[in-house]
Structure formats: structure tokens, C-alpha cells
Design a protein around this ligand. Structure first.
Ligand SMILES: Cc1cc2nc3c(=O)[nH]c(=O)nc-3n(C[C@H](O)[C@H](O)[C@H](O)COP(=O)(O)OP(=O)(O)OC[C@H]3O[C@@H](n4cnc5c(N)ncnc54)[C@H](O)[C@@H]3O)c2cc1C
Length: 384
């Protein structure tokens, strides 16, 4: 069997994997990234890009190229409850929205142009830790298998993966009943939509975020608690639109028809609890490390920040077997310091929004005291 050698192997070419690859190649490491899908590809996401994303893009000197992709600028946040109560706040930070098919292809392309060895489409199917190194088995899309030897393996394979099961990660049998769905809809089918707002519509056991991703399209992305109702996701969305007067105003009759047949991207049973950051010597980043509530619109930001944080503590010395323990410890401590507060805040707000009584109380309070909103937004991300 063919065997390749690399210093660092990264599994997954989403925002976490590509960002790590960009930082580590800048530091002079020999990096191989394996991505199982052919790009461009869509993926479940509200496609809101928070300030943390732009900060990392600037740090990597690729912000101007990102802007040339014409992302839509987002300046304000609005939340509208089924009770009719509405709250709004300026964002007070730089944010954009862009299709993930475009954004992820851009980032991975940048990594490839900066000397990262990208193997795509190919899937990492197993990882064996030897005494000093790692041997990973890869299968490409023609079914051919080969092995990659590396000093370090970084898992950036997202929130749910067969590798989680293979590694017997603690959370794999947890049931959350929380499902996410995304699709794009032409702006021409919608009424009174501002291009510079991210809007969240809420109802019992459900919230739906919408923002414009280019001149013609809007992303519609929702999280539903399947415990409250088991009807198919599309039908549930149409029901919510019909029963929520504010939400209803946005969708034309043609829009409701469009929803019934559009391609949707979804994931079931999303686990938001704590995960181990190191599994059998493999370092977890991005969603593989921890999933933040989508309500915060900060998952991509956290994925890219965790990549920057990890890259900042990796050196030739620390990837050596005799020093890896310190690398692991530093990463775990820095991760907790950087992300614990925002993960907790976002989790609490999500619980409030999904629960009826709490949601109404929360909306009433925020409506009466709107000054609380910028602080809440700030607590869900790394703003100074
Ligand atoms: C409903 C919902 C809405 C969201 N909305 C937003 C939002 O608006 N803004 C925001 O910032 N965040 C949002 N998020 C979160 C965001 O989507 C994630 O945090 C982000 O995608 C994490 O990036 P990642 O690189 O860790 O993982 P991913 O983006 O999932 O990338 C993982 C990559 O690994 C590849 N892969 C998987 N397994 C293998 C394997 N074995 N071998 C090789 N490759 C593999 C996959 O093909 C994929 O390309 C949302 C999440 C949900 C659930």
C-alpha cells in the first residue's frame, strides 16, 4: 500500500481545517489536508460571518481577496417572536454573510496556493497512534486506499462523524432532538427584507435565522426541537410561517411553494455539550471540539479562532512525541479560557428561546430594556 509522509495531517477542509493549514504552512510546516467532499459544496449553516472571521482573514492577509467575493455586509440584528414582540440592535462590529459553498472553497483554495498538500476528495477512515507517530488510512473516491504517516493529527471534521464512533467519543450515544436545516431562497420571492439585517424568527421549540448572502439570495436556516413536534422539517417551517404573523408577512405564496421543493441541507440530533479536546493524541478543533449554539452565529468564528489558537502553540519542538503532552495541556487550557464564557451564554439564550414561558419573558424584558442586547451579543463572541 502507498504510504505518504507529512509533519501534520489535518482531517477536513471546512473553516477550522483550512485555517489551521494556512497558519501552519505559514510557520513552515509540511501540512497535508484531506477533505472528503468535492468543492464547492453546500453545508448546514446560517452563513453569517462574525467579526472573529474577518479578524482571522485579516491576520492571514486574505481579507481583500475575501471582499472581492462580494459578501453581503450585515449591520444589525433583529429578533421577532411569534407573540409579535420585536427587538433590534445595531451590531457595532464588522460582519458579513456569504454562501458556505463560496467561503469554504475560497479558504481551501488559499491553503492550496500556500503550499498545503490538499488531497480531495478522499476520506480519512481510521487513525492509529503508534509509540511516536500516527498512521492514518485514507480512501479516495475511486476506492483506492493509502496511508499517511504524521507527527500530529488535527481533527477538523465537523460536529458529527463516523470517526467519533470509531474513537468511541463519550457523547456519541447522546440524544439531543435538535435538528438544523438550511436552504437558499430568491430574494424576489420575499417581501420587505432588509439586506443589512440578520433576522431571527422564534416560536415554541424553533428559531429561524435569515440573512442575505448575495444580491439575489437569502439563506434561511432553522433549528427545531423535534420533541415538540415530529412533522417533517419543511412542513414545520411552513406551519410556523403561517402561524407567526410577522414571519408570514415576509413569504409570498410562491415562496411557500418554493420551500416545498427546494434542496435542503440538514443535520439531526446536534450535540451541544462538552467534548474532549484530545482523543487518543488527536487534537480536536472547530465543531469537532465543541459546537456553539447557532443562535450566536459564531461557529465559523470559533472554528477559525480555535485554529489560530492551536497554531499559535504548535512548534517543531511541541509536535515531537516527548513534548506533545505540554502541547495538549496548553491547548486545553487556552481553549477553555477563550471559549467557555461564550459557549455558556449562547447555550442559555438558546434554552430561553426554545422554551415558551422563558422566551416570552426574555423578549418582554429585552423589548423594555433594549440596552441589554449589545451586551448579550458581546457575551456570545470575542469582542473587546
Ligand atoms: C443550524 C446551524 C446554523 C449555523 N449558522 C451559523 C452561522 O450563521 N454562522 C456561523 O458562524 N456558524 C454557524 N453555524 C456553525 C458552523 O456551521 C460551524 O461551526 C462550522 O461549519 C464549523 O466548521 P468546521 O471546519 O469545524 O467543520 P465543518 O464546516 O463541518 O467542516 C468539516 C469538513 O470535514 C470534512 N470531513 C468530514 N469527515 C471527514 C473525513 N473522515 N475525512 C476527510 N474529510 C472529512 C467535511 O466534508 C467538511 O468539509 C451553524 C450551525 C448550525 C447547526
Amino acid at each position: 500500500m502507498k504510504k505518504l509522509e507529512t509533519e501534520v495531517l489535518i482531517i477536513g477542509g471546512g473553516p477550522a481545517g483550512s485555517t489551521t493549514a494556512l497558519y501552519l504552512s505559514r510557520l513552515g510546516f509540511n501540512v497535508t489536508l484531506v477533505e472528503k467532499k468535492t468543492f464547492p459544496r453546500e453545508t448546514l449553516c446560517g452563513e453569517f460571518l462574525s467579526k472573529e472571521v474577518t479578524d482571522v482573514l485579516k491576520d492571514l492577509n486574505i481579507f481583500d481577496d475575501f471582499i472581492s467575493l462580494k459578501p453581503n455586509k450585515i449591520n444589525a440584528f433583529r429578533a421577532v417572536d411569534s407573540s409579535g414582540i420585536e427587538v433590534r440592535s445595531d451590531l457595532n462590529f464588522e460582519a458579513y454573510a456569504l454562501k458556505r459553498s463560496v467561503f469554504d472553497t475560497f479558504l481551501l483554495g488559499k491553503a492550496q496556493s500556500r503550499m498545503v498538500n490538499v488531497i480531495q476528495p478522499a476520506e480519512v477512515v481510521s487513525i492509529l497512534k503508534t509509540k511516536s507517530d500516527f498512521i492514518s488510512q485514507i480512501k479516495d473516491n475511486s476506492g483506492e486506499s493509502f496511508a499517511i504517516n504524521s507527527k500530529l493529527v488535527i481533527a477538523a471534521y465537523g460536529k458529527q462523524n463516523v470517526l467519533d464512533k470509531k474513537m468511541q467519543r463519550e457523547f456519541v450515544n447522546e440524544k439531543s432532538n435538535l435538528n438544523g436545516v438550511k436552504f437558499h431562497i430568491p430574494v424576489s420571492l420575499l417581501n420587505n427584507i432588509s439586506s443589512e439585517e440578520i433576522i431571527i424568527y422564534t416560536n415554541q421549540g424553533f428559531y429561524c435565522g435569515m440573512n442575505r448572502v448575495n444580491e439575489n439570495e437569502m439563506t434561511v436556516c432553522f433549528l427545531e426541537d423535534r420533541e415538540t413536534s415530529k412533522i417533517p422539517a419543511r412542513e414545520k417551517l411552513v406551519d410556523m410561517i403561517k402561524s407567526n404573523k410577522q414571519f408570514n408577512k415576509v413569504f409570498s405564496t410562491e415562496a411557500l411553494q418554493y420551500i416545498r421543493s427546494v434542496n435542503i441541507y440538514g443535520t439531526g440530533n446536534i450535540y451541544f455539550g462538552k467534548r474532549k479536546l484530545i482523543e487518543n493524541g488527536i487534537i480536536m478543533i472547530g465543531d469537532s471540539a465543541r459546537v456553539i449554539s447557532p443562535l450566536a452565529g459564531d461557529g465559523i468564528g470559533m472554528a477559525m479562532e480555535s485554529a489560530k489558537l492551536l497554531s499559535g502553540i504548535i512548534s517543531r519542538n511541541t509536535i515531537d512525541e516527548s513534548h506533545r503532552k505540554k502541547l495538549y495541556l496548553d491547548y486545553v487550557n487556552n481553549f477553555d479560557t477563550a471559549f467557555t464564557k461564550r459557549l455558556k451564554t449562547a447555550g442559555i439564550i438558546q434554552k430561553f428561546i426554545l422554551g415558551t414561558i422563558f422566551r416570552k419573558i426574555g423578549f418582554g424584558f429585552a423589548n423594555k430594556y433594549p440596552a441589554i442586547l449589545p451586551s448579550l451579543i458581546k457575551f456570545t463572541r470575542s469582542l473587546n
